[in-house]
Design a protein around this ligand. Structure first.
Ligand code: NAD
Length: 359
């Protein structure tokens, strides 16, 4: 029996709507499995700017640091999308949160539910059974090194840097995850050309000696980009640097078909942050039709990764699978064959998940 404190940070737009359902699922898990979860809520993004002038108020950060895990919604508002020069912006809240909480690994499970095979642009026979867990490094690489211009601005440079320590700490997380899955790890780099990649490979090879039960495959990023589409089932746990991970995880998200289904986790040494990969979706905000399953699957990740509650996490995933099997869909994942009475709104999808937990 676990006693944990969870901070709910809904943010903006549909972030509010979907996070409500994620929280309801966590409450249901606590009651079915006999855990004690306490909840608090905090502002971020546009909602926080409106209330305090700051996209990540000190009070929010303080609550985050005191929590055991954070269920996050999304940030963003059309006001800023149309005004790139705005000095205070919702996404600053997101970036500062990552930095302040020292979140160095972004985990993205890419799992296609069989019932949604037709929603992907890749052939069903190639996709069926694909189940990949990406580990993208978040704090190093070309994003954070020295950058600038020379030759009167006609030449630009961005320095990519990685330390042994940075590669090792995410490498360990990936090896440990591989141990709990199929014991296969694919490390992606460009060690034939890039020096940071040569260090990356050296560190992963050394770590591999500590995990003799895990089979490691080193792959070049260009080959990985091709193989992800050609044969996604060959991958299980994948670990890679910040830039390669940025590109490969977006490519891989298409394997799962819809944005409304994909969850992610950002972890560091403190509380983990669990959030859908989608944004605040202004086009559907307030209509009650947002798909809450990415937030609900983020709650499942939270249970597994931050609390080690594997059975509870699986109970959530099984409930989602069951409702999809019975034909229930939110509008974004419905197709021409979905009967009108099976297309449910946000709260009703949440309700269907709750009904199936503990059965
Ligand atoms: P988006 O992910 O919000 O929406 C893209 C499309 O997918 C939209 O048509 C939307 O209706 C649909 N969609 C997304 N989630 C859905 C769901 N759960 N159910 C049903 N349909 C869903 O991306 P965008 O439109 O490019 O950006 C909107 C805002 O979100 C912007 O302000 C952007 O800056 C912000 N954003 C935030 C994050 C984040 O908080 N992590 C990520 C991406 C974008």
């Amino acid at each position: 029996m676990a006693t944990k404190h969870i901070l709910i940070v809904p943010g903006d737009g549909i972030g509010q709507e979907v996070t409500t359902e994620g929280k309801r699922v966590l409450e249901k898990i606590a009651s079915v499995f006999g855990h004690t979860f306490s909840f608090d809520e905090a502002l971020v993004g546009h909602a926080a700017i409106e209330a305090t002038g700051d996209p990540l108020p000190a009070e929010t950060l303080d609550k985050m640091k005191k929590s055991d895990a954070i269920l996050f919604g999304a940030v963003g508002h059309p006001k800023y999308d149309n005004d790139p020069s705005a000095k205070v912006r919702p996404e600053q809240g997101l970036l500062r949160m990552r930095k302040e909480l020292g979140l160095y690994a972004n985990l993205r499970p890419i799992k296609l539910f069989d019932e949604l095979l037709s929603a992907s642009s890749i052939k069903p026979e190639i996709l069926k059974g694909a189940d990949i867990l990406f580990f993208r490094e978040l704090t190093g690489d070309i994003y954070f090194g020295e950058k600038g211009r020379k030759n009167n601005g006609d030449t630009a440079f961005d320095i990519a840097e990685y330390s042994r320590y940075e590669v090792e700490r995410i490498g360990r997380k990936a090896f440990e995850a591989a141990r709990t899955r199929s014991k296969r790890l694919c490390s992606v780099d460009k060690a034939n050309v890039i020096e940071t990649s040569r260090l990356w490979r050296e560190v992963i090879q050394k770590l591999a000696l500590e995990y003799p039960d895990v089979t490691v495959d080193h792959q070049f990023v260009d080959a990985t980009a091709m193989l992800l589409i050609k044969d996604p089932r060959r991958f299980d746990v994948v670990v890679t640097a910040n830039l390669f991970g940025d590109i490969l995880t977006d490519e891989a998200s298409q394997i799962a078909g819809s944005m409304g289904m994909l969850a992610s986790a950002s972890i560091g040494d403190g509380p983990g942050v669990y959030e859908p990969i989608h944004g605040s979706a202004h086009d559907i905000t307030g209509k009650g039709i947002a798909n809450p399953l990415a937030s609900i699957l983020s709650a499942a990740l939270l249970l597994d990764i931050s609390f080690g509650l594997k059975a509870e996490s699986n109970a959530v995933i099984k409930a989602v699978e069951a409702l999809l099997k019975e034909g229930f869909r939110s509008a974004d994942i419905a197709d021409a064959n979905t009967p009108a009475d099976k297309i449910l709104n946000t709260a009703a999808i949440g309700e269907e998940v709750l009904k199936r937990i503990g059965k």
